[in-house]
Ligand binder design. Structure first.
Ligand SMILES: *Cc1c(COP(=O)(O)O)cnc(C)c1O
Length: 386
């Protein structure tokens, strides 16, 4: 079934299925024992799905905390009335400490200068800043190397403006089952946490599992899991499908803005790289382009759905539009394709009847991962929450 609502000012939109989002949050929550908390990752505008509206749905479905990538993303959530803890997953510039304190954001911290600036900002506001101590267990991205963690942590342990809300790491191979690199990284993390604690310092909430880790490594849930991609109904890796089926949350649709039946040999789009091969072929215009997140590298290589049937995209994808072709004459090998009409709904991502174009299908064509495809569609298209 295709929803036919569409925004007032554009013929293209993204649909966000909040009941699917709610089911996915609950599915992950059902994997957690007792007091384990669930942090929902809503960075990059909730992977393109709309951070504020998704955070509200997640909160109603049982989210205990949220995480973002930047200070601005955290401010947006606070200003929208999200009251739960908001973690910033990397360490922002020291110039942002006043904003961090004012909005009670909880940044990742691994650098003494930043920690000092944060603590001073808190003291001058008469408050205490909560932070999450980041440990590098082998990804070589952020944090203090695990074997230096205790000494690094000691440096800012005594600041009266600072409170350690959590200690965390992020694994490079959480999506690989039975992986030795993961085992070693987890061992190093556990040792680092224990040594900080043994030295008499607080570690706060201990957390390390992301989406694949939450299903593949339940022994590492610790005090909190940080789930991102799975909430949006997208699997971080094929192997995770077996553990937890999910419902896709985002669909991308548009209405045909024009239908032509050009003579044989007519070219389509910039460079005329595709030409109408015979009579009876319609060319429909879809008002979505690469500025909406549809990669131009898909030109001539992707399908869309109309009336529950697959049609080929033809010619180059433009900034704001692309074209599709429908061959209305049946062949021996193939029934006629649907007749196109202006206003017909075109599905770029999502279901229509028995057919589906998934984020994974598009990601594979693009040579990337579903994470990137979803983020990209958040760029400019209006979101319709259903
Ligand atoms: C993005 C991110 C997550 C969430 O990852 P998913 O694979 O989407 O679950 C968790 N932790 C950190 C540090 C991240 O950067």
């Amino acid at each position: 079934m295709v929803v036919t609502r569409c925004p007032d000012t554009r013929w293209a939109w993204v649909e966000i299925d909040h009941s699917a989002l709610r089911r996915n949050v609950k599915a992950y929550k059902s994997l957690l024992k007792g007091k384990t908390r669930m942090l929902c990752v809503v960075k990059a505008d909730a992977y393109g799905h709309g951070a504020v509206s998704c955070a509200r749905t997640m909160r109603n479905a049982g989210a205990d905390a949220f995480a973002v990538a930047t200070v601005d993303e955290g401010v947006e959530l606070r200003e929208a009335g999200i009251a739960e803890p908001i973690v910033i997953l990397s360490q922002p510039p020291a110039k942002s400490v006043r904003t961090i304190v004012e909005y009670r954001l909880e940044p990742a911290v691994y650098d003494a200068d930043f920690a000092l600036a944060l603590g001073e900002a808190a003291v001058s506001r008469g408050t205490v800043a909560r932070y999450h101590f980041a440990i590098d267990t082998g990804m070589t991205r952020i944090g203090v190397p695990w074997n230096e963690a205790r000494e690094a942590r000691r440096v800012f342990d005594f600041h009266r403006g600072l409170e350690c809300a959590g200690t965390f790491t992020h694994f490079a191979t959480a999506d690989v089952p039975n992986d030795w690199d993961w085992e070693l990284a987890y061992k190093h993390f556990s040792e680092a946490v224990a040594s900080i604690r043994d030295a008499g310092m607080s570690v706060g909430i201990v957390h390390c599992d992301n989406t694949p880790g939450t299903v593949l490594h339940p022994n590492a849930h610790r005090d909190m899991v940080r789930v991102g991609i799975g909430l949006y109904g997208l699997q971080p890796a094929r192997v995770c499908e077996r553990y937890l089926p999910l419902d896709p949350v985002m669909s991308v649709r548009a209405r045909l803005t024009r239908v032509a039946e050009p003579p044989v040999g007519s070219g389509v789009s910039y460079g005329l790289t595709w030409r109408v091969p015979k009579d009876g072929v319609q060319v429909g215009t879809v008002p979505i382009g690469y500025a909406d997140g549809l990669s131009r590298t898909l030109s001539g290589r992707m399908d869309v759905l109309v009336d529950g049937q697959r049609l080929h995209q033809v010619g180059r994808i433009c900034m704001d539009q692309f074209m599709i072709a429908s061959d209305m004459r049946p062949l021996l090998s193939r029934p006629a394709q649907p007749e196109l009409h202006e206003g017909d709904v075109v599905t770029v991502i999502g279901r229509d009847g028995d057919e589906e174009i998934s984020m994974d299908e598009m990601a594979e064509l693009r040579g990337t991962i579903n994470y990137e495809v979803a983020c990209n569609f958040g760029m400019r298209l209006d979101k319709i929450n259903c």
